[in-house]
Write a protein that binds this ligand. Structure first.
Ligand SMILES: [Zn+2]
Ligand SMILES: [Zn+2]
Length: 766
């Protein structure tokens, strides 16, 4: 006879871990108990030594589906005797943290119950179990128990309570457990309401909602992490109207389709893509669009990909049909965040009625509160691996293991696509996608989420890390944070450190950070950077040749200005005349920008890769004005013809930092445009030029030292054409190439890199 104390850390609460332990212990005739603590799950077991070994093996090798075990600590204790195995009340232990599970898409067992006309949960929109359903979005406090979630206001009916109490049932201790008799219910309304949730006939309400969608109406649908705006994706007028009301002229809309077959009708889907679509995270997956797919033209203009997700709750599924036996009412629905332009997603019923009034025609609401707003996540697969582009629902608050001890640090992230990052005990806790820190609402969202995650993970940061840009809102928030230690981190250094961190790299790497904008050490706008870097610091070994950015933000919104700037840099005052791309621009405006460039009025120098893409897209008449970040680059990538191997010339300077000079490229593009070469071919040649140039610069840097590991980071590497060719060229030259997967390559990944660099500085006692 032996007795052991077992402490399990990781994602072990809210995933059916205690019932799993209970059933396992009983099947092996072991006695003892299990309980949730704020450091994870604590177990004591007693019995036959070999059965205890079996217990431990199963615990580590075959845990519940959603569990992620980070650490199991086992110690021998005195035998106590006693009978039976029990689940004890949750206890709080201070100074530690438990890893809270993210929300999980409906599991197969729940799908089949909810689609079965003889089941008591037939058509019930909030069906869930220990293996699926809401978690982080309903969590108000830890430990994770019904009383600490927004389900605390619903009292379980006897049937649900019996499931909850029965250790043999798959809903044993499923905290959000509910059914039509006792759980949340729906309401379809057009304007403010105060009551009415007593109507339990979900299916009749859903059928009305479908009818409204059929009429071309826009519905605000309350989901897991916030409201989504839905309309029929094949109805051109509805899509146009949604764009107008949401003040979002071009940025692609995400789609939801009912099932796998429906995805395949719209997109080309690989096995890896399908695995992502069906994973419990249920993200939006960016997929190549199938030519001729029947959709409204306004879904994703100028883009040859679509962002598609599958229903992740029964409620979303019901928008298509009552059950899988019934034909789907829509090939696809637009599902875009319920907000105006770049504000945070709306989560409360009251707020939706006020804020989305005039945007949505109807509101499909329910009476389970959302504790934490979380947008849909976005991923894309590359080389068979899922790459996160927006890390939110399904991922957050899952901590990222760093394989290195860390201090408690708060990194404030960047300005666009903001996330923040807390580190503690060898883990990085990244916030969900907060958004662009451009308005008061988004800053509030940042602050709420920060206070929530600090509490859940019991973190008290002793240092703040921030971007060097003095005008970033995140920088200002760091300055105002009252923390004693504040550590400024260069933007592109943070990108590379982020890539290093998730790949568990130590020592020096060669980092290629390509993006639109980042504040440089010299006060210029950087964005085409080759850094020799580790967590301790960096040297700028090479960069794109600086050109002038005429008129700050205007130059970003109007890519033709960058075309003008590159032309002037290439040809001096003898800019070729008669270029078609400037025909739509007024003479006066052109003259103004030329004067700005000539006299360097309201200009800053930039080595931005994003702006080079803008210039080329404008020269090819692909994008002249844009309304969202990366639009011109996306259109240029979409235009690139496949199967073209030619490239243009470029030059690399001898002195350090080496200057990568694309003037020969620009001159050749102008010549090709003038002789009428197709834009698709020029775009491909331009991409090929860039990837070869990157590989060539890396090779020259390697010649001066032993840097043979390359980290690729920055938003420009979301361009798969560029990424693919660059990776191939680098590997061909013998480099080890490291990419992002768990955190975005774009500015959403900055905070992780900032946190790693701050940790290093603290360690060095700097
Ligand atoms: Zn389930
Ligand atoms: Zn019930």
């Amino acid at each position: 006879m032996k007795r052991k104390h077992i402490q399990v850390r990781g994602v072990v609460q809210g995933v059916g871990f205690r019932p799993f332990v209970y059933n396992l212990a009983r099947s092996l005739r072991l006695t003892g108990y299990v309980f949730n603590s704020s450091s994870g799950v604590t177990i004591e077991i007693e019995g036959d030594g070999s059965e205890i070994e079996n217990f431990l093996r199963t615990l580590e090798e075959d845990p519940p589906q959603l569990a992620e075990i980070a650490q199991v600590t086992v110690s021998d204790i005195e035998v106590q005797g006693g009978a039976g195995f029990s689940i004890l009340e949750s206890r709080e232990a201070h100074g530690e943290f438990a890893l809270i599970p993210p929300d999980a898409g409906t599991c197969d067992a729940c799908w089949s119950e909810f689609g079965d006309a003889s089941n008591r949960r037939y058509g019930y929109p909030f069906t869930n179990c220990t293996h699926c359903g809401p978690r982080y979005t309903i969590l108000r406090n830890i430990p994770y128990d019904r009383a600490t979630t927004t389900m605390s206001t619903f009292t379980m009916c006897p049937a649900c309570q019996a499931e909850y109490d029965d250790p043999e049932d798959r809903r044993f201790h499923a905290q959000p457990n509910a059914c039509g008799a006792c759980g949340p219910s729906l309401l379809l309304v057009q304007s403010a309401f105060t009551s009415g949730f007593e109507n339990k006939d979900s299916l009749s309400i859903i059928r009305q909602a479908r009818a409204r969608l059929h009429e071309g109406k826009i519905l605000a649908v309350k989901g897991l992490g916030g409201f989504l705006l839905a309309c029929d994706a094949t109805n051109e007028a509805a899509v146009v109207e949604l764009r107008r009301r949401k003040r979002r002229p071009h940025k692609p809309f995400a789609l939801m389709v009912r099932d796998r077959a429906a995805v395949r009708r719209l997109c080309i889907v690989t096995a890896e893509d399908e695995a992502s679509l069906l994973s419990p995270r249920r993200p939006i997956v960016i997929l190549p669009r199938r030519p001729g797919a029947e959709l409204a033209a306004g879904i994703a203009p100028g883009d040859n990909t679509l962002g598609v997700m599958l229903p992740y709750t029964p409620l979303h599924f019901l928008l298509f049909s009552d059950s899988s036996q019934m034909e789907s009412a829509f090939p696809a629905l637009v599902m875009t965040s319920g907000n105006l332009s770049e504000e945070p997603i709306v989560i409360s019923n009251d707020h939706a009625m006020r804020h989305l009034d005039g945007v949505a025609d109807w509101f499909l609401v329910h009476n389970r509160d959302i504790a934490t707003r979380v947008d849909d996540s976005v991923v894309r697969t590359f080389e068979g691996q899922e790459r996160v582009l927006r890390r939110s629902r399904g991922f957050v608050p899952q901590a990222i293991a760093l394989g290195i001890e860390t201090e408690q640090v708060l990194a404030f992230g960047g300005e666009l696509k903001n996330t923040f990052c807390l580190t503690k005990g060898g883990y990085a806790i990244l916030s969900q996608h907060i958004g662009d820190l451009e308005n008061y609402e988004t800053m509030r969202f940042f602050e709420e989420t920060l206070s929530n995650l600090k509490h859940i993970f019991n973190v008290t940061p002793r240092a703040a890390a921030y971007d060097l840009h003095p005008n970033y809102m995140s920088t200002r928030m760091a300055m105002a944070s009252g923390m004693q230690r504040k550590i400024g981190v260069q933007h592109h250094h943070a990108h590379i450190a982020s890539c290093m961190a998730e790949n568990h790299l130590r020592g020096k790497v060669l980092g290629v950070a390509l993006d639109g904008t980042g504040y440089g050490m010299d006060g210029k706008v950087w964005g085409g950077e080759f850094l020799e870097a580790d967590f301790g610091g960096f040297t700028r070994r090479a960069h794109f040749r600086n050109v002038l950015l005429p008129g700050g933000d205007a130059a970003v919104r109007q890519p033709w200005r960058m075309a003008r700037s590159y032309l002037r840099d290439t040809f001096g005052s003898h800019i070729p005349s008669g270029l078609q791309c400037f025909q739509g621009i007024g003479e006066k405006q052109l003259a103004l920008v030329d004067t700005m460039l000539a006299r360097q009025i309201q200009t800053v120098e930039t080595s931005s890769c994003g702006r080079l893409f803008d210039a080329v897209a404008a020269l090819l008449s692909i994008a002249s004005e844009v309304t969202f970040e990366g639009q011109a680059a996306i259109a240029l990538e979409a235009a690139a013809e496949r199967g073209i191997e030619q490239r243009y010339n470029f030059e690399i300077g001898e002195e350090e930092p080496m200057i990568l000079d694309f003037r020969p490229t620009i001159a050749a593009i102008v010549a090709d445009v003038s002789r009428g070469r197709p834009a698709g071919e020029i775009s491909a040649r331009f991409h090929n030029t860039l990837s070869t140039a990157i590989a060539e610069v890396c090779t020259r840097i390697r010649a001066t030292g032993a840097l043979d590991r390359v980290c690729l980071s920055g938003g420009s590497f979301q361009n798969l054409y560029l990424l693919h060719r660059t990776v191939v060229e680098l590997r061909h030259r013998g480099f080890g190439v490291f990419l992002h997967a768990q955190v975005p390559a774009n500015d959403g990944g900055l905070s992780l890199g900032q946190a790693m660099i701050a940790n290093q500085r603290l360690r060095e006692g700097d």
